[in-house]
Design a protein around this ligand. Structure first.
Ligand SMILES: NC(=O)c1ccc[n+]([C@@H]2O[C@H](COP(=O)([O-])OP(=O)(O)OC[C@H]3O[C@@H](n4cnc5c(N)ncnc54)[C@H](OP(=O)(O)O)[C@@H]3O)[C@@H](O)[C@H]2O)c1
Length: 242
């Protein structure tokens, strides 16, 4: 089943090539797990493990099909993820972190990646000394222009990635980052693992996403599959009138 899923995402990426080329940005897949009530985890900053073993294999299969994998600093601090491919054979995607204040811990797993030190996207105002320390430990720190108080501007980030040769990007979370991609309508596919459990925890949509014209980001659901007890939904983005 994972092989079919991998083939499907490859086909979608191939179909989307011309669009991404025109936009000068990578193909973007949002891939994450949520509970029935839309929680990503129990509480912000708590590690999450919502998906079962089969759905985890799918996640690792999808990682192989993307050149880069992105998380926010909140996820690095909460989960200390490795962002590698472990459950199946394949090449590790390049790990990327959004981190305007350069809080990535030196001892975090991602700083000890087996092949690809992380690319840490930050603000041009980030502390020079901290940048130097992270770079001494192997990270590639990339400052992007942003307004004071603004987070990393996603269109600029994606354009930068394009110019660094990244054509396919998997965004794994966490909540704030997923909300930002949805708000900016910067996605080409979403693969959502729905764990059959109610948690009432930390929800991933933390602001209103509806436009003044009452358009909301939605999905054209193209596939749904059971991975043991988890329902995996596959869709392409669309705007829905609410
Ligand atoms: N269920 C799942 O599939 C899944 C997957 C991943 C994570 N999680 C869970 O999600 C939680 C973490 O979520 P979170 O919301 O706290 O953190 P997050 O989304 O991982 O990271 C958010 C942080 O990234 C930085 N950032 C920089 N530019 C940004 C931009 N343009 N848009 C959004 N963020 C930007 C900001 O910090 P600065 O201002 O300091 O830069 C922001 O606070 C954890 O508890 C983790 O377990 C669950």
């Amino acid at each position: 089943m994972v092989e079919t899923a991998r083939k499907r995402i490859r086909e979608w990426q191939e179909e989307g090539k011309a669009h991404c080329e025109a936009q000068q940005r990578p193909w973007v897949t949002l891939a994450f797990a949520q509970s029935l009530d839309g929680s990503l985890t129990f509480a912000q900053g708590q590690p999450s493990a919502l998906s079962g073993e089969a759905a985890l294999h799918l996640t690792h299969g999808l990682r192989v099909e993307h050149q880069a994998i992105l998380v926010g600093i909140g996820t690095v601090l909460a989960d200390n993820p490795r962002l590698t491919v472990r459950l199946i054979k394949g090449t590790h995607p390049q790990p990327l972190i959004l981190d305007t204040q350069l809080r990535t811990p030196l001892e975090s797993h991602v700083m000890h990646h087996p092949s690809n030190p992380p690319w840490i996207f930050t603000s041009i105002r980030a502390a020079e000394r901290r940048r130097h320390i992270l770079e001494t430990r192997g990270a590639h720190v990339i400052p992007l222009v942003s307004e004071p108080g603004e987070r990393i501007p996603l269109p600029r980030l994606l354009n930068d990635l394009w110019h660094r040769g990244i054509r396919t990007l998997m965004v794994e979370g966490g909540a704030t980052v997923l909300t930002a991609f949805l708000e900016a309508r910067l996605l080409d596919a979403a693969i959502i693992t729905l764990a059959p459990v109610w948690i009432g925890g930390y929800h991933y949509i933390n602001k209103l996403l509806i436009s003044p014209e009452r358009q909301a980001p939605g999905l054209m659901l193209l596939y749904h599959e059971l991975y043991d007890h988890d329902l995996v939904l596959w869709g392409r983005p669309t705007e829905r009138q609410i």
